[in-house]
Design a protein around this ligand. Structure first.
Ligand SMILES: Nc1ncnc2c1ncn2[C@@H]1O[C@H](COP(=O)(O)OP(=O)(O)OP(=O)(O)O)[C@@H](O)[C@H]1O
Length: 304
């Protein structure tokens, strides 16, 4: 696998328990702290309100979802869910429909049949306008960052802040500065996305996602194709966001170590089906030969 050098990865990678705003400079710390607290409180409230007596309601669910491209039946009656504040990892070999699942959740692709629920609503029949409302609650971090190339990094992160319409310029610039510091790319406001490495683009994409104070973030292979240190930086950041902001997350990953650390549940896709859906502990105990083979192969992968 091709990996690139990440020259600007900080020597000290913040640990998973390190507060999100620990490295934010004092002049913007208060503004960012307030911004992140607002997001955390909103997510915690959503988590509590989603519990009907004795039974938490999923924040996102796939119910017997099928999707084909011509003769290729990529997803066949696939079901899984993620509870508010939990992290689900989607695992499986190349080409099994992991990214397709995320694209269906974001409304970029339509399922052929089945129900796709996000925040309690079945989004299958949603119009593009209705999906834009969903994309304010659920944002996606693409492998390449999917930043707007013609505007600066700072303007990319400011984009959702401006859309809100209730923040002044000074506040926007402080939140942008603080968010970039929080995700480990301090001082890069004035650069263009093309000046950044893949890992940095992903960090900026996470900052932009956070700027919309989302209830959930979907990550498409966030730790792959980057230097191992950058992978660790991104992995720790995602874990801190989950714990400290109560964010619901879905992570497509090949990185089993990361999945074991982060996931509350995993879904393993194989030949169009959800071959396994359960907790990490259940996955490690499973005797399913297909899953065992996948896990054994992962153990053979040499560290880079
Ligand atoms: N828009 C599309 N049109 C036609 N086929 C598509 C489209 N999007 C995905 N596919 C096909 O669907 C299958 C699943 O693709 P997907 O990108 O979800 O795989 P994946 O599990 O994420 O794989 P990888 O781990 O390699 O990224 C592939 O065969 C792919 O070619």
């Amino acid at each position: 696998m091709m990996r690139e050098r990440e020259p600007d990865v900080p020597e000290q990678i913040p640990g998973e328990d390190s507060p999100l705003t620990a490295d934010v400079s004092p002049e913007v710390a208060d503004v960012v702290e307030e911004f992140m607290t607002e997001a955390a409180e909103q997510n915690e409230a959503a988590k509590e309100s989603a519990v009907v007596p004795g039974k938490p309601l999923p924040y996102i669910s796939f119910e017997k979802v099928s999707k084909s491209f011509g003769d290729a039946h990529v997803l066949q009656q696939v079901s899984f869910c993620v509870l508010p504040g939990e992290t689900l990892c989607i695992l499986g070999r190349s080409g099994v429909g992991k990214s397709v699942s995320l694209q269906i959740l974001m409304g970029f692709l339509k399922a052929d049949s089945g129900k796709v629920r996000v925040a309690g609503e079945d989004i299958c029949g949603f119009t593009e306008r209705e999906m834009q409302g969903i994309r304010r609650k659920v944002t996606m971090v693409f492998q390449n960052g999917a930043l707007f190339d013609s505007i600066t990094v700072g303007e990319n992160v400011a984009f959702p802040l401006r859309e809100r319409g209730d923040l002044g310029e000074e506040q926007i610039s402080q939140v942008v500065k603080g968010l970039l510091e929080m995700v480990g790319v301090a001082g890069m406001e004035d650069l263009l996305p093309s000046d950044l490495s893949t890992g940095m683009k992903r960090s900026v994409a996470i900052a932009r996602a956070l700027a919309s104070q989302p209830e959930a973030i979907l990550y498409d292979e966030p730790t792959t194709m980057v230097d191992p240190l950058m992978g660790q930086l991104l992995g720790n950041l995602i874990e801190r966001l989950k714990r400290q902001l109560h964010l619901t997350s879905i992570v497509v990953t090949h990185d089993m170590r990361f999945a074991k650390k982060l996931a509350d549940r995993v879904v393993f896709l194989h030949e169009g089906k959800a071959q396994f859906f359960g907790t990490i502990e259940e996955m490690e105990r499973t005797n399913d030969p297909v899953l065992r083979e996948f896990l054994a192969l992962d153990e053979l992968v040499l560290p880079v």
